[in-house]
Design a protein around this ligand. Structure first.
Ligand SMILES: Nc1ncnc2c1ncn2[C@@H]1O[C@H](COP(=O)(O)OP(=O)(O)OP(=O)(O)O)[C@@H](O)[C@H]1O
Ligand SMILES: [Mg+2]
Length: 369
C-alpha cells in the first residue's frame, strides 16, 4: 500500500456484497460510458495500470445514475469487457452516493455478528423511508467509538434493491460477477488517496475539493485527511456544452459531441460557446464552495482537483482557479503508477480524470480482507 500521511480508512467503506474475491476489475457504469480499469500490484508499494477501456453508451441508457435501458448497458458491458481482453471476470461496481443512505451508529462492543445484524436492522427501520424488504442493507464495524470506549462505531449503508440488481444484471449478462458493490463517492476517495501521496505534505490537514464534472452531473467531494467532510451533487455537466454546440452551429448532438472532442469547429467557438461554458462551470464550483462555507465550520479550501471528462478542456483549471481563488489542478490517479506496455501514456493522460471512480473501484482488489 502507499504510505501517505493521508489514508482513506478501508474499513469505512460499505459493501453490499461480500465476500470479496480478488483479482477484480473496477467498472464505473456512468452516463456516457461503461468504464473498466484493471490494476496490478507492481511490488515495492507501486501499482501498474494493466488495462482499461471506455465503452460508450447510447444517450439515455443511464440517466441520473439509474440504468434505464438494461439491454444497452448489458451490450456495452459485453463489448467493453471483450475489448479489455482480460481473463478476470470479477468486477467491483458502485452506486451513486444519492442512491445510498448511510448512517453511523454506536453500539456496545463485543456483540456477535447475528446480534449486530439484528441491531442494524432495528436501527435501519427507523430511518429508511421504504420497507426493509425493498432494500439491501450492509454494515461495517469502523472501530472503537470516540465518545465511549465500551462502544464500537458502525457504518450502515442501505440502497433500494432494484438499483443494485440492475447493475449486477448488466455485469452478469456479460458473464461477469459483481463481487463488490461500493459507493461512487467512496471510490473517488480511494482514487484520491493515490493522488494525495504526491501532494505537498501528502495533503495532510488540507481541505481538498474533488470536483468531478461528467456528462450530466457535477459531483463535489470535499476531503480532509482522507475523510469526506462535504458532498454535493449539482445538475451541471458536459452535455450542456454539447447542446450549446448543437444549437450554435446547427449540428446533430452526435456531430456536436465529436466536434467538441476532436476540434474542427468555427473560429468563434472558443469565445462564443466554450469560454461562456467554462465561466458557468467555474461559477457553479464557486457556488458549491459558498454552500460549503455557510453550512460547515470551514471557511476555506486549500486545493481543487478537477476530474471527469470535462477536466480535459484546455485551460479549465485556470478558469476555475481564477474564479474561486483556489489553486486548481487536474486529477490523475495514475500519475504515480507503472503502465503496462499495452497502455498508450498520452491517451491515458487524457482519459485519467474521467476514470477516478473506475480506478478507485479497481483499488478494491488490494483491500485487506
Ligand atoms: N476533450 C474533451 N473536451 C471537452 N469535453 C470532453 C472531452 N472529453 C470528454 N468530454 C466531455 O466529458 C463528458 C463525459 O465525462 P465523464 O466520462 O466524466 O462523464 P460520465 O462519468 O459518463 O458522466 P456522469 O458522471 O455525469 O454520469 C462528456 O460531456 C464529454 O463530452
Ligand atoms: Mg462520472
Amino acid at each position: 500500500m502507499l504510505k501517505g500521511k493521508v489514508n482513506v480508512d478501508p474499513q469505512a467503506v460499505a459493501r453490499f456484497l461480500r465476500p470479496r474475491t480478488p483479482p477484480l476489475i473496477g467498472v464505473d457504469i456512468s452516463t456516457s460510458a461503461v468504464k473498466f480499469v484493471e490494476l496490478e500490484d507492481a511490488g515495492k508499494g507501486r501499482y501498474r495500470v494493466e488495462r482499461y477501456t471506455i465503452e460508450p453508451l447510447p444517450r439515455d441508457a443511464v440517466v441520473d445514475g439509474s440504468v434505464v435501458n438494461l439491454d444497452q448497458v448489458a451490450d456495452a458491458f459485453k463489448r467493453g469487457w471483450k475489448k479489455l481482453s482480460t481473463r478476470v471476470r470479477n468486477v467491483a461496481l458502485a452506486l451513486p452516493a444519492a442512491s445510498v443512505i448511510t448512517k453511523r451508529i454506536s453500539v456496545p462492543a463485543g456483540q456477535r455478528e447475528d446480534e449486530l445484524e439484528l441491531q442494524v436492522e432495528t436501527e435501519a427501520n427507523q430511518y429508511i423511508p421504504f420497507a426493509l424488504e425493498e432494500v439491501n442493507l450492509d454494515f461495517q464495524v469502523l472501530g472503537p467509538s470516540a465518545d465511549n470506549p465500551d462502544d464500537v462505531e458502525i457504518l450502515i449503508a442501505a440502497s433500494r434493491k432494484e438499483k443494485i440488481e440492475d447493475r449486477v444484471a448488466a455485469a452478469e449478462s456479460a458473464g461477469l460477477k459483481a463481487v463488490v458493490m461500493d459507493v461512487e463517492s467512496y471510490a473517488t476517495q480511494a482514487a484520491f488517496a493515490l493522488i494525495s501521496a504526491g501532494l505537498p505534505d501528502s495533503g495532510f490537514d488540507q481541505t481538498i475539493a474533488i470536483v468531478d464534472v461528467g456528462t450530466s452531473v457535477m459531483n463535489v467531494n470535499i476531503l480532509r485527511n482522507g475523510e469526506s467532510v462535504y458532498l454535493r451533487e449539482q445538475p451541471f455537466g458536459g452535455f450542456q456544452l454539447t447542446q450549446e454546440i448543437q444549437r450554435h452551429f446547427g449540428l446533430t448532438l452526435e456531430e456536436a459531441e465529436i466536434a467538441k472532442k476532436n476540434g474542427g469547429l468555427p473560429e468563434n467557438y472558443e469565445t462564443e460557446v466554450l469560454q461562456p461554458f467554462m465561466d458557468n462551470l467555474a461559477l457553479e464550483v464557486a457556488r458549491v464552495l459558498q454552500f460549503f462555507y455557510t453550512s460547515t465550520q470551514y471557511s476555506s479550501v486549500d486545493r481543487i482537483l478537477l476530474a471527469g471528462g470535462c477536466a480535459a478542456i484546455a485551460g479549465l483549471d485556470e478558469t476555475v482557479g481564477r474564479r474561486t481563488q483556489v489553486p486548481t489542478a487536474i486529477a490523475n490517479p495514475f500519475a504515480a503508477m507503472e503502465l503496462s506496455s499495452k497502455i498508450r501514456p498520452r491517451q491515458l493522460e487524457v482519459d485519467a480524470p474521467s476514470l477516478m471512480v473506475a480506478c478507485g473501484l479497481a483499488m478494491r482488489r488490494f483491500d485487506p480482507s
